[in-house]
Design a protein. Sequence first.
Length: 316
Amino acid sequence: MKLAPLVVAASTLSLGLFAFAQTKTEAPAETAAPAEAPTAAEDAAPVEAATAVTVEEAKADPANWRAVDPERLFIFDTNKGRVLIEAFPEVAPKHYAQFSAIIRSGDFDGTTFHRVINGFMAQGGDIFALKGRESGLPDIPGEFTYRRDPATMPLNFAIGPADTAKYGYVNGFPMMTQASFFSEMSKDGLVESWIPHCRGVVSTARTSDPDSANSQFFLMRDTSQHLDKQYTAWGRVVQGEDVVLAIKAGKESLNGEVALPDILMGAKVAADLPKGERPNVWVERTDGPIFMAANADVDEDLNVCDLPSVPAVVER
C-alpha cells in the first residue's frame, strides 16, 4: 500500500514530522527540521507503570485485577523482545477483525518496522515490501471514533465529575469522550468517544483517503494527540513499552525511514496457542479500589495521556 505524506506537529516544540511516507524510495513532499529533537535517552526513558504485584496476587484479587481475554491478546515477537497488545474490539470492530485475520494468516511474520521516529511512533506491517503483494483483504473504513453508551460502558475512572469528564479509562484503555450528559440529548442516547494517541497506544496507518487502512500499524512511542480522530486507534501495549522504545529509529532527514530495520519475527493471537504456552495477562482494574485510591487526587484538568500506563502482570 502506498502511504501519502502527512505533516504533523508533534509538540509545542513544533517538531516537523511526516506521519506516513508514500513509498520507501520516494522523498516526502515537504521537509522540516525539528526545533529541538528528542534524544535517544529521552525516548528510551522508562514509561511502564511499576507494580510489585505478583501473578498469584493478581489472580486472587479480581476486585483489582482483570484477566485479558486471549482472543484480544496479540503477541508480537520482535528481534528486540516481546510486545503484548490488548485489542479493544468495541472501539474499532472492523480493524480488530482485520488485524486478527492478518496475524492468523502469518503475513506479519518477517515484516519490518520500516518507519520509526524518536518521540513519535514505530510503524510496521508492510506486507508488500516483504512478499511483493498486499494482504489480500479489503481496505478498512475509518473507525476514528465510536458511539459509547455511558450506562453500559461508563468511564470506570473519570478524570473530573463523571457527567462532564472528557478524559478517563474504560477497561484500562485511555479514553477521550463527549461528556456523558450529552447522551440525554443525543438521538441514539450515546456519546462520541475515542482512544487518544497516548504513549503505548496501537493505531493504524492509511493514505490520505480516510478509508484506506489495510495492514500497516504503528506503536506510539510518545503522546501525539494531533492524530486523534484522524487515525484508528484500536489497542494498547500491556507489556513491552520498553521494547517499542528500543526499536531502531530512522533518520529524520529520511522521514524516519530505517536502514536495516528491526523485525517483527512472529505475530500470534494468544488464544491460538496451547493453554500451557500462551502468556496470560492481568490488567489493573481502573474501577478497582486500589486504582481509585491511588488516583483520588488527580487534577480534574489533567489529560489522561499524562498519566502512567495502567499496570499489568504477565504469566509466561
